[in-house]
Write a new protein. Structure first.
Length: 415
């Protein structure tokens, strides 16, 4: 039997379930897809049942992110009251050197095995096998996706820098949730409403009673994109660090996508591109689009009381120079060491690199960069941690406890 396809007749009729990358990012994708006329629902963040479904229905040699997202989709299909001829599932497809390119094939096997053979699959990126002829990713989607990512990155920066120091427990999360909901409603309407929502969010975060008299040690969290930002993918490492007196800090998620501006230009310069002049031009146009759509939102963040300016993507790339060749773009590629060095320059001295067990691209760009970074910056600690469905929570906590003790010692010396 041939695989079902998502056709133009399905647009607006079938509800597309999309899994979680980060809870906020997936809400942005929902708004962007709906702006193109599709019906979308974000699956709940994976619980133990969803993780077990992914583990049992995806080959156990496949990375944790695939198991996690497929498990979330299977759980959503089990729980929905909608008939199967009115639903579809969506998956990301990214990085040609990564198993993420194969997620749709993995999901197809899992869906068929669970009795969902009539449920079609959509993917991001190209569609060489005609899985979803009814899906068209247009300018409206791209515009809202970029603006939405810039907005949630700004919210997350304010949340990260406020939460450890709030005087009224729960206030930061309340403000964050309200700002996210308001921002997604504004994003659906357009750019100007989103800018107004950003102004309101900055004012609301600035008004949260907080005391930073005694700064906590900051721990930078970097790694494979899904494990890095998905709370179930990393055992909610940020919450654990927060409970143990740290200030957890993630890099902006938009940089994972913006790095293509550098990658395309490098590929063209080194002769890896079939059409170097065209790719160079497209790189410049893409950079201009990012600037036009994200900078008006990001500029408003300068009014946040604890804002620190960030480097441009080209300045960020230079920070990886000599540590990793910029031509290496598999997984997170040069972005991971660049983010670490950028945070070191901001004063961060402790880092966790989170990655799926057996993820070859990120073992190269994660574990592989540690020695080179520490040769330049000997007074930092970097702890790589692998995650999969069977990882021992006790082992993870033991390693994090060592990191916390080291972070306190480094902070004490600095003080």
């Amino acid at each position: 039997m041939s695989a079902p396809r998502y056709t133009l007749a399905d647009k607006g009729r079938r509800t597309i379930f999309i899994p979680v990358l980060s809870p906020e990012f997936s809400e942005v994708m929902k708004v962007a897809f709906e702006a193109e006329g599709h019906k979308v629902e974000v699956t709940p963040c994976a619980d133990a049942r969803a993780i077990a479904l992914g583990k049992n229905n995806v080959h156990n040699d496949i990375c944790f992110p695939a198991q996690l997202n497929v498990g979330e989709l299977l759980a959503a299909l089990q729980d929905t009251a909608l008939p199967m001829d009115q639903v579809a599932v969506g998956l990301a497809k990214n990085c040609l050197a990564c198993r993420a390119v194969q997620y749709s094939a993995l999901a197809r096997k899992a869906l068929d095995g669970m009795g969902y053979a009539k449920v079609p699959i959509i993917t991001s990126g190209s569609d060489p096998y005609g899985l979803h002829p009814g899906l068209r990713i247009g300018w409206t989607f791209r515009r809202k996706a970029l603006q939405g990512m810039a907005y949630i990155d700004c919210l997350n920066e304010m949340r990260q820098r406020t939460l450890p120091y709030e005087l009224e427990p729960g206030e930061t999360e309340r403000v964050f949730a309200a700002a996210l909901e308001k921002g997604m409603r504004a994003l659906a309407k357009g750019g100007r409403p989103l800018l107004r929502a950003m102004d309101d969010a900055v004012a609301a975060f600035n008004a949260i009673p907080a005391d930073r008299t005694h700064p906590r040690p900051v721990v930078g969290i970097v790694g494979e994109i899904l494990v890095n930002y998905h709370p179930a993918g990393n055992m909610d490492i940020a919450a654990w660090l927060l409970r143990h007196g740290m200030e957890p800090r993630f890099p902006p998620i938009i940089e994972f996508f913006r790095q293509d501006v550098v990658n395309e230009r490098i590929s063209a310069r080194l002769g890896f591109s079939r059409w170097p002049l065209l790719d160079t031009l497209l790189s410049k146009l893409t950079a201009a689009a990012y600037a036009a759509l994200s900078q008006p939102i990001e500029r408003r963040l300068s009014r946040f009381r604890w804002h620190q300016p960030r480097p441009s993507i080209h300045q960020l790339a230079k920070k990886a120079d000599g540590i990793m060749d910029l031509a290496f773009s598999s997984g997170e590629g040069w972005l991971m060491p660049a983010e670490i060095v950028s945070m070191i320059e901001e004063g961060v001295k402790s880092f966790v690199i989170v990655q799926p067990f057996g993820c070859l691209p990120n073992h190269i760009s994660g574990r592989g960069c540690i020695k080179a970074i520490r040769e330049r910056h000997p007074r930092v600690q970097i702890v790589p941690i692998d995650f999969d469905p069977d990882v021992s929570a006790g082992n993870i906590e033991n390693r994090l406890q060592m990191l916390v003790m080291g972070a306190r010692a480094l902070n004490s010396r600095e003080g």
